[in-house]
Design a protein around this ligand. Structure first.
Ligand code: PMP
Length: 398
């Protein structure tokens, strides 16, 4: 592990130089997917070029070594969120993790789920598909989930409260501990969609009191196609298997099959072996910097960006002042797709659209927003380029 590096908005170059695909490109779309540091790229390359073999089945040495690395990645991923290795299921991503819980959790006579108005479609549609009635907690004026309202809305018909730990549009940070208390007071479970939190904040499921926690590797500087579901072991091990196949069984006959315990029960088939190696390298990389430092770095950039953008006439900002690494905005009279296209022309990549949060767009009363999102490699030059680009947008549309 590398020594902790202090990040500040103007001294992130040593970090930036570790991202070969960034260079002098102003990549402000890390909330969609993070660019990869060289350490992650090297780990993936070496795993294929030197160490590759299957896991959990081979008796030869390389396979048993790869199995050790697969399980070491599980340990690292569980530790990252403050859990135990046997509580951590590898999935394709956060989407699959939430689908697993929504489909497999017995309803126990409770047919409702309490979500919020800022949820990503990945934390809405799986519940609808699983037959839940959905209630949505409103937001405070600055765009946080209104937990006072949640406390009033939750009833003993709610099986689950499922909230984003950090909003992918507004960057608002949930008071997750209070959300857990609200859920548990009514006998409901708390699932947190940690997709945007895990790359930006230290997370500890034990001190939060969460029941399930979902996140994706690719937003955490790791590869796509690998993600995690952490679940309290008693809950996880009580869920029935959802996909059948190799690696998840204890004994198979034509009459009857018995299954392994969690987490293996939920990992049918050959897994994304090298994905877990890349994820592990990514976890080591963020821990080398420290999530506290990344959070402080991104918070300083958010403050700088919000101050600069609010000084431009006709720019509307969404979300709270203390958002985690994400700034959504609109330029009056300009569709965000046009804003993003002009920004692209000047080398600034922002996301424009509904951000897979259409109900939130309805609440904000806009069809879409533009979104700048930061990462450990971001620095003030990205904000300067963003501001110049927006001035260009205003000149073109002015
Ligand atoms: N939840 C949130 C808050 C997200 O930002 C995203 C990704 N945009 C997801 C869930 C879904 O993640 P994935 O596509 O990696 O499964």
């Amino acid at each position: 592990m590398t020594a902790p590096v202090r990040l500040s908005p103007n001294s992130a170059l040593d970090v930036r130089s570790q991202f070969p695909a960034v260079g002098d490109w102003h990549y402000l779309d890390s909330a969609a997917t993070a660019q990869k540091p060289q350490a992650v790229i090297d780990a993936i390359t070496e795993a294929y070029a030197r160490d590759y073999a299957t896991v959990h089945r081979g008796v030869y040495q390389r396979s048993s070594e790869m199995t050790g690395r697969y399980e070491a990645a599980r340990t690292a991923a569980s530790k990252l969120v403050g859990g135990q290795p046997n509580e951590l299921v590898f999935t394709r991503g956060a989407t699959e993790a939430i689908n697993l819980v929504a489909r497999q959790l017995p309803k126990d006579g409770r047919n409702r789920v309490l979500l919020s108005q800022l949820e990503h479609h990945s934390n809405i549609v799986p519940w609808q598909l699983a037959g839940y009635e959905v209630d949505a907690v409103p937001l405070t004026p600055d765009g946080c989930i209104d937990l006072d309202a949640a406390e009033v809305m939750v009833t003993d018909e709610h099986r689950v409260i499922s909230f984003a730990h950090v909003s992918n549009v507004l960057g608002s940070i949930l008071d997750a501990k209070r959300a857990a208390e609200i859920a548990h007071a009514k006998g409901a479970l708390l699932l947190l969609d940690g997709c945007q939190a895990v790359p930006r904040l230290p997370v500890d499921v034990a001190s939060i009191g969460a029941d399930f926690y979902a996140f994706s590797g690719h937003k955490l500087y790791g590869p796509t196609g690998i993600g995690c579901l952490w679940g309290r072991y008693d809950l996880l091990n009580a869920l029935p298997p959802w996909q059948g196949g190799g690696s998840m069984i204890d004994r198979v006959t034509f009459e009857r099959t018995t299954f392994l315990d969690a987490p293996m029960r939920f990992e049918a088939g050959t897994p994304h072996i090298v994905g877990t190696v890349g994820l592990h390298a990514a976890i080591d990389w963020v821990e080398g910097l420290s999530l506290e430092a990344i959070h402080a770095h991104e918070s300083a950039l958010v403050a700088e960006a919000r101050a600069a953008l609010s000084g431009i006439d006709g720019v509307t900002l969404y979300g709270p002042e203390d958002s985690a690494g994400i700034v959504s905005f609109n330029v009056d009279g300009v569709h965000p797709h046009d804003t993003a296209t002009i920004l692209d022309d000047v080398g600034v990549a922002v996301r424009a659209g509904h951000h897979c949060a259409q109900p939130l767009m309805d609440v904000l009363g806009v069809p879409a927003t533009a979104r700048a999102s930061f990462a450990a490699h971001s620095d003030s030059s990205d904000i300067e380029a963003l501001v110049c680009g927006i001035e260009q947008v205003k000149r073109i549309f002015g």
